[in-house]
Design a protein around this ligand. Sequence first.
Ligand SMILES: Nc1ncnc2c1ncn2[C@@H]1O[C@H](COP(=O)(O)OP(=O)(O)OP(=O)(O)O)[C@@H](O)[C@H]1O
Ligand SMILES: [Mg+2]
Length: 357
Amino acid sequence: MKILGIETSCDETSCAVVENGRRILSNVISSQIALHRKTGGVVPEVAAREHVVKIIPVLEMALKKAKIALPQKVAPSGRINRLAELPLGLIDAIAVTAGPGLLSSLLIGVNAAMTLALIYKKPLIPVNHIEGHIYGNWLKDETPKFPAAVLTVSGGHNELLIWKGHGEYKFLGATLDDAAGEAFDKVARLLGLPYPGGPEIQKAAKAGDPTKYPLPRAWLPKNPFDFSFSGIKTAVLYLTKKMSPRALRQAKSDIAASFQEAVCEVLATKLANAAKKYKVREVQLAGGVSANTRLRELARELLPSKIPLRFCANLTLCTDNAAMIAAAGYFRYKKNPARYKKWRPIIADPNLELRAF
Ligand SMILES: Nc1ncnc2c1ncn2[C@@H]1O[C@H](COP(=O)(O)OP(=O)(O)OP(=O)(O)O)[C@@H](O)[C@H]1O
Ligand SMILES: [Mg+2]
């Protein structure tokens, strides 16, 4: 079964074709990073306008790369007509991110998917973006095992859960304020590093001493599986405020390393504790921050050696992409195909919660 996935929840326009939820036939991502660097972060209106420009070229490229032949003639008449000329005959269903994310960005992908599903009479599957990140770990040869302890750690989300089976989650905790990715981005800004901050902090941290600044770790005894990163962000703010521009430039690597160490230590410790408490068969990292090499290293160190640690080695599968949405859509569809047969409008929801399916 070939599923066309569409993802536009934030600042990546992405379309992919995935076979049977596991095999990527194409995964085209048009990133807006260069655009948002100018403002140091995503401006929703700017992101949405860029999705409008990119969605059809990205769709066409994803279909072409998946060898779902392009139409012979593309009408020069305009975008809407071109949607009706895409060769979707070989596609079995369309999966799209319905939320969470920026509403104005979500709407572009959701409307493209609804239009295509209506024209071509294909099942239409709304997917939760975070569920997409989790299913990114199925886009590999080895089959994941249930139950798994999963840490979703991205720009806007930070959750710890036990994944019991397809669409079955037990929630252990989430962030009470900022997600780890958001903290990476904000601290990078304080250090004068460009957007997105995560990879930049990782790079700067290589030359730094992680023990130089003892930054706070929020262990949160009330629910030790919850997270909080606003305290460490404020600690870095006060630390950098006291420094002259020259001193800050000199301390940049040490601050980056100390910050990265503190955040990763908290994330990896809580994940390892959850894995031990719930006796899982494997542990998974999902979302943009799972690209962080120190987080992967620490998680491996803290986990009992017999528990496998899974993450996407391919960095493009850690951050936003449509292949993960197609994968999640496949497993949703397989569980209840009848639910998706009849065309129904999708309501894009910026705060969509992860629920059982
Ligand atoms: N190597 C890295 N180390 C730490 N953080 C990283 C790294 N690479 C990417 N990130 C962070 O990952 C985040 C982007 O991930 P992702 O694309 O999954 O988030 P998002 O889609 O913006 O948010 P969400 O998935 O919660 O809606 C950014 O905050 C970025 O700084
Ligand atoms: Mg994301």
